[in-house]
Design a protein. Structure first.
Length: 158
């Protein structure tokens, strides 16, 4: 039980108040975030991003320097400012002029996972020009389950 509560707290640690409310509404309505669209290679996601140090989004330059010392691959990130929540914003120097990644085959896992469906709950949004969209949907598994229940109610002996 202690592990489950710890995981739950870790899951919500970066949610904004509005994000938490939206997350709760989705759960209560049995909906989830679905990612649609595709990458337009605009590079906007690489020009202004927040980084997570495993304990939350990075707020202090000192914390980033520690990460970069431990993992030299992070030297491709340069601090460019802060977002409205006070998190450090970074730009990636691996971004090429054509909007593509110069280290595509060896890119970070969080780059591979972009966009993260938790982004809207953390106060983040998709960059302008990004080809992805977030949609609130009822998952197919829920629709299928409901249809099976309806079918069983109509034909209880089958």
């Amino acid at each position: 039980m202690k592990f489950r509560i710890s995981k739950l707290i870790q899951h919500f640690r970066d949610f904004t108040i509005v994000g938490f409310i939206n997350f709760t509404i989705l759960k209560l309505t049995k909906r989830e975030i679905l990612i649609g669209g595709s990458c337009h290679c605009c590079g906007a996601c690489c020009r202004s991003l927040c980084l997570d140090d495993g304990k939350g989004w990075i707020r202090r330059e000192k914390d980033f320097k520690t990460i970069a010392l431990d993992n030299p691959d992070y030297s491709c990130f340069k601090i460019i400012g802060r977002d409205s929540n006070g998190y450090l914003l970074f730009s990636c120097s691996a971004l090429l002029e054509n909007g593509k990644c110069g280290r595509y085959e060896d890119r970070f896992q969080f780059c591979r996972d972009f966009p993260d469906p938790q982004l809207p709950f953390c106060g983040g949004k998709l960059p302008e020009g990004c080809g992805y969209v977030f949609r609130s949907v009822v998952p197919f598994s829920k629709i299928l389950h409901d249809e099976i229940v309806k079918s069983n109610e109509k034909n209880p002996h089958t």
